[in-house]
Design a protein around this ligand. Structure first.
Ligand code: SF4
Ligand code: SF4
Ligand code: SF4
Length: 170
């Protein structure tokens, strides 16, 4: 028979894994060096200088005190200002970390151009030309070209642009 201690351990463990899963679902700013530093450094960082440095105002500090991206009004220009402002090297420009770890896609059910209407609202802000139309319809996002900058998201009148978060350690 399981001891009282084992019984309570089982009750506690699922709660812990849910908490960890929630943490990995944060969309982080670019220039991540090591994902574990958000919980070690950002939570004790008083300046939150990354968020203040972002002139696009897309870095917000979540309730736990760490920076996340919010594309509801704008996107990332990869200006590096957040990384340059971070004094704790949580965000730091390296050779290969100019990345936002999200995979963008168009929801065909919600997209006007997939349902017979003419709409190019997402195409115009995409300076990487990553949104490809078949003639005037059926846009898709070219994953090879998409930088996950997020500028298209707020421009879609039917909220058809979606993303899934990838691990920042990928
Ligand atoms: S990324 Fe840097 S500046 Fe931003 S909260 Fe973390 S330690 Fe502070
Ligand atoms: S790179 Fe520039 S625009 Fe992008 S999150 Fe950092 S400060 Fe904001
Ligand atoms: S997230 Fe991708 S598809 Fe959208 S504007 Fe940026 S590069 Fe273009």
């Amino acid at each position: 028979m399981a001891s009282r201690r084992e019984f309570f351990k089982k009750l506690v463990e699922p709660a812990k894994s849910v908490k960890e899963e929630k943490k990995t679902s944060f969309l982080r700013p670019p220039y991540v060096v090591d994902i574990s530093l958000f919980d070690k450094e950002c939570v004790i960082c008083e300046s939150k200088a990354c968020a203040k440095a972002c002139y696009e105002n897309i870095i917000v500090i979540e309730a736990g005190g760490t920076p996340i991206l919010n594309f509801s009004k704008s996107g990332c220009t990869f200006c590096q200002d957040c990384a340059k402002a971070c004094e704790r090297d949580v965000l730091k420009v390296t050779e290969d970390n100019e990345k936002i770890h999200a995979l963008f896609m168009i929801n065909k059910d919600s997209c006007m151009a997939h349902n017979g209407s003419i709409c190019f609202s997402c195409k115009e802000p995409c300076i990487d030309n990553a949104i490809l139309f078949k003639g005037m319809f059926e846009p898709i996002i070219d994953m090879e070209k998409c930088t996950s900058c997020g500028f298209c998201l707020s421009r879609c009148p039917t909220n058809a642009i979606e993303y899934i978060i990838r691990s920042a350690n990928e």
